[in-house]
Design a protein around this ligand. Structure first.
Ligand code: DP6
Length: 356
């Protein structure tokens, strides 16, 4: 049996968001962004890959579902995955097709960035399958070409993705600003209020907002300033300041989404209840002990610290639709899993050795 490589990566939650691209094809952003990489022990994508001459075509399964990789019905993401596979084949000179099996520990497409952890886990297992070694910076760039926000999940802790100036994105890289041990008490309480797939994909949304929103013109400068302020707040472990920056940036991004034509609305009534509940809580305390943020979906991420966690959970437990809360501190970047940690018996999905 050909060697199977398996990897694990986690999603990230952006404190200052990436929304809008200078180039859709290469996921070059209009502004810098900054995020916390989540704990892979809590939220992860695991991916197993085998490159085999027995395969006649590339095969990809996500959460047990076969994905269409080529042809007219393939999604943009699938096309970017195919582009990455071709790049890796060209680099290695090995033209073998691959079998990729990927599993998320959390619902896909509901505002928890499965595309980020998915792209990173893919790159991490794919390169060794073709005998390629690249440094983390280069791997992060490859992940970005599949899904922009993925470049931040290549590093642990608090990670900045620099906007860069070059039109080809060659200076738009992610870098770790603080490692996962810098502020270990910082925690993301992820409320899973909806497992439904989003109506407008983030890739479509990025483009439509830049094209049609009047408010969007103000956003790149606002976000750039926000990134600097977030770095200052984290460096002082200042939750009061950080929470406000996070909430304002989320609100600002969702305002540009609402201002998109036709409007994009990811927030639901439950999301709004959480927004009001957190403002009430902070008001009662006389300072911000928690901040909410929402990606392209309705699921609230509440950023707080262990000191206030129970109090915040108490408030969230009163929200009627609150079914499940996942608690995640900051975690490390991706890793290769040990031999034998394959997700499933990969051999059973490969054509038999005699070609049948
Ligand atoms: C709202 O990285 O999913 O989560 O580059 O098209 O794959 P593509 O978009 P994606 O955008 C995520 C945007 C966001 C904010 C963020 O994570 O910064």
């Amino acid at each position: 049996m050909e060697k199977v490589f398996s990897s694990e990566a986690s999603p990230n939650i952006a404190f200052i968001k990436y929304w809008g691209k200078r180039s859709a094809n290469r996921n070059i952003p209009t502004n810098s962004s900054i995020s916390m990489t989540l704990d892979p022990r809590v939220l992860n994508t695991r991916t197993s890959i085998v490159a085999s001459e027995r395969l006649k075509e590339d095969r990809l399964f996500i959460n047990g579902e076969p994905q269409v990789l080529g042809g007219a019905s393939a999604t943009e993401k699938s096309k970017y995955i195919v582009r990455t596979l071709e790049y890796v084949r060209d680099l290695s000179g090995n033209r073998s097709k691959v079998l990729i099996v990927s599993q998320n520990s959390f619902p896909s497409g509901a505002g928890i960035a499965s595309s980020a952890s998915g792209a990173v886990a893919l790159i991490e297992a794919l390169l060794p399958s073709f005998g390629i070694t690249l440094d983390a910076d280069r791997k992060s760039d490859l992940a970005r070409l599949i899904s922009g926000s993925a470049c931040r999940s290549y590093f642990g802790g608090i990670v900045k993705w620099n906007v860069g100036k070059e039109s080809d994105g060659s200076d738009s890289h992610a870098e770790q600003v603080f490692d996962e041990n810098y502020w270990p008490e910082l925690v993301d309480l992820v409320m899973v209020v909806s497992k439904a797939r989003k109506a407008v994909s983030s890739s479509e949304g990025h483009e439509l907002t830049v094209k049609t929103s009047v408010l969007y013109k103000e956003r790149p400068a606002f976000a750039e300033d926000g990134v600097k302020k977030v770095i200052a707040a984290v460096s002082k472990r200042d939750l009061n300041a950080l929470a406000e920056l996070i909430m304002r940036d989320s609100n600002n991004m969702h305002a540009t989404m609402m201002d998109t034509w036709p409007p994009i609305m990811y927030l639901t009534d439950v999301s709004k209840q959480v927004i009001y509940a957190i403002h009430d809580l902070n008001k009662g305390k006389g300072k911000n002990i928690a901040g909410y943020t929402f990606d392209a979906g309705p699921n609230p991420h509440i950023i707080t610290t262990d000191d206030y966690k129970e109090e915040v959970l108490g408030v969230l437990s009163k929200i009627p639709e609150n079914t499940k809360i996942i608690e995640s501190h900051s975690g490390h970047g991706p890793k290769l899993l040990a031999d034998g940690d394959s997700l499933i018996d990969m051999e059973s999905l490969l054509p038999k050795k005699d070609g049948k």
